[in-house]
Ligand binder design. Structure first.
Ligand code: C2E
Ligand code: MG
Ligand code: MG
Length: 765
């Protein structure tokens, strides 16, 4: 489809302008040269005429006059000479002859041509001859007659020159007139040329501006059309023609709008679902006001039209293809409200939906929010990789979608966290319980993901609006608390929100705030519990155990606040403080006594542990061998290179590493092999259960044996009775720790404890 509308004809304006300028320059220079030559020539001619006129004056008037005067005087001389023959008449005649000679002198002097001058001089010489005394002889008369004749001829000759000069002047002035005429003509031509040039310049400017206009129209990224007051096309650009697939015939000036609309109604560029497209289009064209509308065409494109009426009637319309823009806006809007992986609603949409549902709740309806997360998802992700993890999330999303009604909203709110808003149920509690049970059941069915057979589970927490909350945050928070409870209860189950959960959560929040201020308020204190070597029967060291002296609650046990400190990350600051305190305290003890400090897995994640230990040892001056760090299996469960590197770094400093609470977790032997521990501490639960559970003895025996073979010390925790002590000794444990010897005591009591212990040992001995 060729571009129509703003077509232009003929060679380019620039080419025109260049050749024209060149021609104009040549002609102008030529005319100026001609004009200058003619002018100079005319000036020369005028000078010649003036010189000639002066000469003519001299010869034709002065010389001729004097010749005439000489003739007259000569006649008087003749008359006097021949009036009488006496000397008196002769002398008078001679005087007259002198006058003739004077006149001849002037005539000769003023003669213009050499010939007349010569002739004049010859005549004068002859006249001068007459002054000589001579008789009235016929020869004299003859000479006088000759002289008269020669004077007459000289007179005629001079007059002839005058007449000739008159003719010449006439000829000169004719030529001069001609030159003037030529000069006028060339001036007129020059003026014409200048006018022509001005005209050409104006039309070239006009041509150029219309070229610019055409170029601008063609360069527009939008379609452009202009119609007159009778709805006929004035101009349009190629984009317009291409946009509506109009052929050349329909883009010619004068084409009626109706013809264009009719073509569009059959070529697939009409407005979609418009029953009266042509009439509607005509009505739009006739509207006398500025309008902006957006149309979707039958071929799917979306065109934005902006129409502006003209003062002269008719209108200009800009047609912009906004399909891509609208599609990407839709895409952005979709992404803003959906989870990119599963296509479910995201948190933003979830909140907006709950807001909407809460409006209905205000009118007496009820709705429930179900929060769920997947059990074991992290394991799947870590062991089978993220692509399987992603596939699992998509499969979960599909199962959830299949479980709900169209009016319910399923959303993904986090990694493996989903929420469902259920509305419109008559009995929301029963409906949400049924849905929650269906979810737990559906997600417990194994997933077949490619080659992988994946088993997960889910826990669900339910909050009902408005009973459990009348705003988005509260509802989500309460459903989340119920979910937490379901997980606490053993997972793969659902739980409704209960108000005491909120009370617990509040208490937890208060505790967290107190804990934050406790660090700076100096409310922590370290207690120490002795560890006794059974072979040597002596205290080999103490375990540092943290205490929180709360201003109102009194002394808070570590089990109550350590998990919270770990969750909030506060354990890092607190833990470093404990290490510094313990090292400084142990430095004061008798030589050889060790201090054991508990280290949380969270501290290993934070990379400041090693530098903190180095700094505590350096500032206290404690020998690294006297510091023992107790870690649990959880640290090794994050069995990554960074953790092991940190442990080895600590070991290389000389610090000893113990495995605490062994037997409570997975008690995997591989953990014992992954790092060369110095000590295994058997958890107190085994010691406590000794009497009731004979298998505990077997475990203690096994661990003690393991310790022996790995070359590790084994310490039994929680020894409270003599019986337990004896049993531990019998099973081969190298050390014990427990209330039997001493509860954890403040640092100030250590010295006394040591001396009492010594006395006790000596007494036994
Ligand atoms: P743990 O490291 O296993 O410490 C031994 C716990 O057993 C201590 O409890 C101690 O008081 C208690 N215990 C010792 N002998 C007996 C006994 O004969 N009978 C009974 N019933 N209990 C006994 P505590 O001090 O309450 O500490 C509890 C746990 O808190 C510790 O267990 C340790 O995991 C953690 N903890 C204590 N202090 C710190 C600390 O500074 N940092 C970290 N990260 N955790 C600490
Ligand atoms: Mg410990
Ligand atoms: Mg322990």
């Amino acid at each position: 489809m060729p571009a129509q509308g703003s077509r232009r004809h003929g060679p380019p304006a620039d080419k025109y302008a260049t050749s024209f300028r060149r021609q104009f320059r040549v002609v102008t220079i030529f005319l100026l040269a001609v004009n200058l030559t003619i002018g100079l020539f005319a000036r020369h001619q005028q000078h010649a005429i003036i010189d000639y006129a002066v000469t003519i004056y001299d010869t034709a008037f002065i010389s001729t006059n004097y010749v005439s005067l000489a003739q007259i005087s000569f006649q008087h001389y003749i008359d006097e000479r021949f009036r009488g023959a006496g000397p008196a008449q002769t002398s008078e005649a001679n005087e007259l002859l002198e006058t003739v000679l004077d006149d001849m002198d002037v005539a000769v002097e003023r003669s213009s041509s050499a010939q007349t001058r010569e002739k004049g001089q010859g005549i004068r010489a002859e006249i001068a001859e007459l002054l000589k005394p001579q008789a009235d002889t016929p020869e004299l008369k003859q000479r006088i007659t000759d002289i008269q004749g020669r004077l007459e001829r000289l007179h005629e000759k001079n007059s002839g020159i005058g007449l000739q000069a008159r003719d010449d002047i006439e000829a000169f002035s004719y030529k001069s007139d001609l030159l003037l005429l030529c000069s006028i003509l060339t001036s007129i031509m020059l003026a014409g040329l200048v006018l022509f040039m001005i005209h050409r310049m104006i039309s070239s400017l006009k041509q150029r501006s219309s070229d610019h206009l055409y170029a601008a129209l063609e360069g527009m990224p939008q379609g452009f059309s202009m119609f007159d007051d009778e709805q006929r096309l004035i101009i349009c650009n190629g984009k317009y023609a291409a946009m509506y697939a109009l052929d050349a015939g329909l883009t010619e000036p004068g084409t009626p709008v109706r013809a264009i609309l009719e073509r569009r109604s059959i070529n697939g560029t009409a407005v979609i679902n418009a029953d009266h497209f042509v009439d509607d289009g005509m009505a739009f064209a006739l509207q006398p006001t500025a309008v902006s509308v957006e149309h979707q065409l039958e071929d799917g494109r979306i065109i934005a039209l902006t129409k502006a009426p003209l003062n002269t009637g008719g209108a200009v319309t800009i047609h912009m293809d906004v399909t891509e823009k609208r599609n990407s806006e839709k895409q952005i809007a979709f992404l803003a409200h959906h989870d990119a992986l599963t296509g479910l609603a995201n948190r933003v949409q979830l909140r907006e939906h709950i807001e909407k549902i809460l409006q209905q709740v205000k009118r007496g309806r009820k709705a429930s929010v179900l929060c769920l997360d997947l059990d074991n998802f992290k394991i799947v992700n870590d062991t089978l990789g993220h692509s399987v993890g992603d596939a699992l999330l998509c499969a979960v999303a599909k199962r959830l979608r299949d479980l709900v009604r169209d009016t319910d909203l399923v959303s993904r709110t986090g990694g493996d966290e989903f929420s469902i808003v259920q509305s419109g149920a008559e009995t929301p509690m029963a409906a949400s319980a049924a849905l929650a049970a269906r979810i737990v059941e559906a997600l417990s069915v194994p997933f077949e993901l490619g080659d992988h057979h994946v088993v997960i589970g889910s826990s669900v927490g339910v909050a009902i609006a408005p009973d459990d909350g009348d705003n988005v945050d509260q509802l989500l928070k309460n459903a989340d608390m119920a979910l937490y409870r379901a997980k606490e209860d053993g997972r793969a189950r659902f739980h409704f929100f209960e108000s005491e959960m909120d009370v617990k959560a509040q208490a937890r929040r208060t505790l967290e705030l107190d804990l934050r201020s406790a660090v700076s308020a100096g409310e922590f204190e370290v207690f120490y519990q002795p560890i006794v070597n059974l072979l040597e029967n002596r205290i080999t060291g103490f375990e540092a155990l943290l205490r929180w002296n709360h201003p109102t609650r009194g002394r808070v046990a570590p089990n109550e606040f350590i998990p919270l400190a770990e969750e909030t990350g506060l354990i890092c600051t607190i833990g470093e403080w404990v290490i510094r305190q313990a090292c400084a305290e142990a430095r004061k003890w008798p030589s050889g006594l060790r201090v054991a400090v508990n280290v949380s897995p969270v501290q290993f994640r934070n990379k400041t542990l090693v530098p903190a230990v180095v700094s505590a040892l350096a500032s206290s001056g404690l020998h690294p061998d006297l510091l023992e760090l107790e870690i649990t299996e959880t640290v090794l469960m994050m069995n990554n290179d960074t953790t092991l590197a940190a442990l080895h770094q600590l070991r290389s400093l000389g610090v000893r590493i113990s495995m605490d609470d062994f037997g409570t977790g997975y008690s995997s032997l591989s953990y014992l092999r992954s790092f060369p521990f110095d000590k295994i501490k058997i958890d107190q639960s085994f010691v406590r259960d000794l009497i009731d559970r004979p298998d505990s003895i077997a475990i203690i025996r096994a661990v003690a044996g393991l310790g022996h073979s790995f070359g590790m010390t084994t310490t039994a925790e929680g020894v409270e009775t003599q019986e337990q002590l004896d049993q531990m000794r019998a099973e081969g444990c190298s050390e014990v720790q427990g209330y039997f010897y001493s509860k954890p005591v403040p640092a100030s009591e250590i010295a006394q404890l040591l001396s009492v212990f010594q006395e006790r040992v000596q007494a036994v001995a």
